[in-house]
Design a protein around this ligand. Structure first.
Ligand code: ADQ
Length: 493
């Protein structure tokens, strides 16, 4: 049975004793009908999994099944995974619809991603969102030891820091946003902008993926809250309380990717991948959740045009697009799926003689070994989001290229572009520019291509997920221990 905390004062199994508490919308496990409880996929879980591997911690989150669902997984999530105790915050189906599918994914997500699709704002959804945030705050307050560090994650829980501070002023609270923070003119559209800024300012450290995001938040805080700008962040309220605001660019488990990439079976599989798609002269690859922010459609369009123009030979080119399902209940995600599938079949239907299907589309999750084999098989990796907080795929590709080969085409609008300036940077809104850059990446002489990849690989290895977590946790500990002083930490590369 999982530990279900409904009342913050009623803790069991070590409640009130956790020195490190992670709070995220989802627990790091999900239920599969065949396999039972298993590790949940996704960037956040994969990052925190590595960080918590040898650390005692308590993870507060939703288990993934509505509490009132008659088919809900019997018994709830496990009590522990390795060194991490799991505390489930129960949500009903109606709460999931309003808080997660609704407010988080149809109001916040599109606004924070440059308004690529229009946000919809519903007062009733915000109401539920606030109640759910309060429940997360109470659950965290119930398990944290005196003076503990609480690390709150991502856009679904931005109200938690202030709520938690009110319940437990003794705690040291860090908040990290995995997605972009929008410029003031976009953020200002949100009817609850004041509540969001005040919610975040409850933390001692508010961390972002990029300097731009941190800057955007400082501007929003200046506009919508009682703050003064300081060198390291903000002074909030009266008497002023220091809040560190800066970039902590997330890294990947670089050593794990390198080890997988050196595995003989994975390398054999990489060769097989090329054989499976007909031993092309050029193999292009895209790997993204099927999300409208990822620019999958513009990428397919650019490649299709190159194939139609004869700039790329349909008989000698293969493009693999991996796009696992995500948020399938949200209408905009059904639309992007339909659009991508139409573009793929239209391109394959138009190009070349019978047997020529240059675009290979895989709408399925896959294990890390298979992803690394794909990364190794590719000549050019295409990461072309219209907006992305960081983008771990770009870093995973680079870390997997232990052979020193491969080229990365990367959108300027990813957080990764701030660190990976040796990649082939593109503006995904500019199809012609993207086509030119893809061709340049394909035809770059080997020596300069390898020099680029070597520089990129060194950066990804140095600024890995452990560097990120240590930097963030040091800032949270430092911020509370020495009020008013710079939290230190490393300057983000
Ligand atoms: P995401 O939007 O999910 O993450 P990303 O950073 O690329 O985007 O992470 C996706 C993860 O899913 C990668 O680790 C990748 O390996 C994995 N993945 C992709 N396809 C898969 C498949 N078919 N099967 C299994 N796994 C697959 C959010 C933000 C990002 C930010 C991360 C972390 O939107 O900007 O980089 O959080 O902070």
């Amino acid at each position: 049975m999982g530990l279900v905390v409904q009342d913050p004062n009623v803790g069991r199994n070590g409640a009130g004793a956790a020195e490190l508490v992670v709070v995220a919308n989802r627990l790091p496990v999900e239920h599969d009908e065949v396999e039972g409880w298993r590790r949940a996929p996704g960037g956040l879980v994969s990052a925190m999994d590595a960080v918590l591997r040898d650390r005692e911690a308590t993870w507060v989150g939703w288990g993934g099944h509505p509490a009132d669902d008659p088919d809900a997984a019997a018994g709830g999530p496990p009590e522990r995974v390795g060194t991490v105790a799991l505390v489930e915050v129960p949500l009903t189906a109606a709460e999931v619809t309003a808080h997660y599918d609704g407010f988080a994914n149809r109001a916040l997500w599109p606004n924070y991603h440059s308004g690529i699709v229009a946000s919809t704002y519903h007062r009733s959804q915000f109401q539920v969102h606030r109640e759910v945030n309060a429940r997360f705050a109470r659950a965290a307050a119930g398990v944290a030891a005196p003076g503990a560090v609480v690390w709150v994650h991502d856009y679904q829980l931005q109200l938690v820091p202030a709520m938690l501070r009110q319940l437990r002023p003794d705690l040291r609270i860090g908040f990290f946003l995995h997605i972009p923070f929008p410029p003031l003119e976009l953020f200002s559209q949100i009817p609850w902008r004041v509540q969001i800024v005040e919610g975040l300012l409850g933390a001692d450290v508010v961390g972002f993926q990029t300097r731009d995001a941190a800057l955007n938040f400082r501007r929003a805080a200046e506009r919508f809250a009682d703050v003064a700008l300081t060198a390291e962040g903000l002074a909030v309220g009266r008497p002023p309380r220091p809040v560190v605001v800066r970039a902590f660019p997330i890294g990947i488990r670089a050593a794990d990717f390198r080890a997988l990439a050196e595995d003989a079976d994975v390398q054999r599989r990489a060769k097989q991948v090329r054989a499976d798609v007909g031993e092309p002269d050029v193999l292009l690859l895209g790997v993204d959740r099927l999300d409208y922010t990822k620019g999958i459609d513009v990428r397919i369009q650019a490649i299709t045009e190159l194939l139609l123009d004869g700039e790329l030979d349909p008989a000698g080119t293969a493009f693999i697009q991996v796009a696992p399902p995500t948020r399938a209940k949200v209408e905009e995600y059904q639309q992007i799926r339909a659009e991508v599938e139409l573009l793929v079949s239209r391109a394959n239907g138009t190009l070349g003689p019978l047997g020529t299907n240059p675009i290979h589309y895989m709408h399925q999750p896959m294990p890390p070994e298979e992803l690394v084999a794909l990364y190794q098989a590719a000549d050019v990796m295409l990461v072309t989001p219209l907006r992305d907080g960081m983008n771990l795929v770009a870093k995973e590709f680079v870390a997997s290229r232990v052979d020193g080969a491969g080229a990365l085409v990367l959108s300027e609008f990813t957080g990764a572009a701030e660190q990976m300036d040796r990649a082939w940077l593109v503006n995904p809104h500019d199809i012609e520019g993207m086509k030119r850059t893809i061709l340049a990446a394909i035809h770059e002489p080997r020596a300069s291509a390898e020099a680029r990849m070597a520089a990129l690989r060194a950066g990804v290895a140095r600024h890995d997920v452990h560097w990120w977590a240590e930097d963030f946790l040091a800032a949270v500990r430092g911020a509370a221990a020495v009020p008013g002083e710079d939290a230190g930490g490393t300057d983000p590369a």
